[in-house]
Ligand binder design. Sequence first.
Ligand code: MLT
Length: 210
Amino acid sequence: MANHELSFVHRFEPATAPNLAPLLLLHGTGGDENDLLGLGRMVAPGAALLSPRGKVLEGGMPRFFRRLAEGVFDEDDLRARVDELADFIGEARAAYGLPAPVALGFSNGANIAAAMFMRRPEALAGAVLLRAMVPFKVPPKADASGRRVLLLSGSADPIVPADNAARLAAQLSEAGAEVTHRVLPVGHGLSQADVSLTREWLTEVSAAAA
Ligand code: MLT
């Protein structure tokens, strides 16, 4: 059942396996807090799952920040939304007793996670970005060192051009993150390869942190 008590409507599933980083699940446009729970369980069985619903509505569809057109972002809104989401992570960590989460975002959810890595990197332990694009025209100066990112792009993605995804990978590396970027022979939608690569990467990251 959705929880309405903290500053975002969200779902929370406590961990059943010790020593796994919690996952912060960030849905795409038109999704909600239920969308990525199944994916979260598949890629990190037993990890705590924290899944907020984006507060911006576009024609009734929840998102995490406003856009002016497809791929053209309202950057003032994006900055404010990154801050409110980072604050929610702090609230949820206190309420549920969690360490910093690894974000797992798809599309619009991946874009706000990328923006958070550049503006409030301390809020996240790492991130899996599925079909993310460059969030800021001029990236803020941030120190994301010590944090790992898996960026999975689609070579036939009609929303995220290949050079845009490559630029995002470069910006995250410049901020100090350790970035793995894989381009899959797929479009914007998720594929089985996304699930298996994410699962492998998360297993490797938790083994390295243990
Ligand atoms: C966005 O607005 O974040 C991107 O265009 C991806 C999308 O949600 O379609």
